[in-house]
Design a protein around this ligand. Structure first.
Ligand code: 4FV
Length: 226
């Protein structure tokens, strides 16, 4: 998979060069290319922002640098072009898995109050949000999406890790997890997990998932008989 990012702050993506994702990049399991939108500005001062027509607080990203950057990266429009925005559909694990199947992704990071609407209309396939709040730029949202998507790229998670049983993989929150020591700070691990009875462990875990999901995320229970 090839992931391109159009951003005013390429250095923000150093955060992806560590840990599991950093190792995967070093091994070439997927490709990440960063493009500085400012390099495409035709303005003599390399400006990429201007005041919004009609007034209003803050600045907007001007259309020319972003439009030219996007089309220089992806001239044949082969990539799925995603603009990070609070107006977008909130990213879910289901969408993460779908995007992990794409050959090429292009994440477009806004800044300031956002971007000129004509770039979205002309150049963007989908708007994606990571949550109902406003960030100063799309970079953190893009890194969150890239991080989540990378977990589904073959070889990124070691054999000891898996995407099979985790929060949202079966539409429910994950069950509580414990490791050594068996008693910590006077609190013991639930006996069933030490029993060696896998059927009972599975039953206990499913019951905890339902209990946790009902308590913390009832919205995930779509009325199905769970
Ligand atoms: C955002 C979000 C987000 C809005 C203006 C960047 C900022 C600036 N992106 N999920 N929530 N973006 O707040 O994805 O351009």
């Amino acid at each position: 998979m090839k992931i391109d990012v159009a951003t005013l702050f390429p250095e923000a993506f150093d955060g992806l060069k560590v840990g599991v994702v950093g190792k995967a990049l070093a091994k070439g399991l997927f490709e990440l290319r960063l493009h500085n939108i400012r390099d495409y500005s035709a303005d003599k001062h390399r400006r990429c922002d201007d005041y919004p027509f009609g007034g209003g607080a803050g600045m907007l990203m001007t259309p020319q640098p972003l439009h030219d950057c996007i089309n220089a990266i992806d001239p044949a429009h082969r990539a799925r072009r995603i603009y990070l925005s609070p107006k977008g559909k909130t990213l879910t694990q289901r969408r993460v898995v779908e995007l992990a199947g794409e050959e090429a992704l292009l994440f477009v990071c806004g800044a300031y109050e956002g971007v000129d609407q004509r770039v979205i209309d002309l150049d963007i396939d989908e708007e994606m949000s990571i949550g109902d709040y406003v960030l100063t730029g799309g970079e953190i949202a893009a890194m969150a999406a890239i991080n989540a998507i990378s977990r589904y790229i073959p070889g990124v998670l070691g054999s000891e890790q898996s995407t099979d049983e985790e929060s949202f993989s079966d539409g429910l929150l994950e069950y509580p997890q414990y490791t050594r020591p068996a008693v910590f700070n006077g609190v013991a691990v639930p006996d069933v997990l030490l029993s060696g009875n896998h059927a009972e462990v599975d039953k206990w875990r499913r019951a905890r998932q339902l209990e946790l999901t009902r308590k913390l995320r009832p919205d995930l229970l779509k009325g199905e008989d769970k």
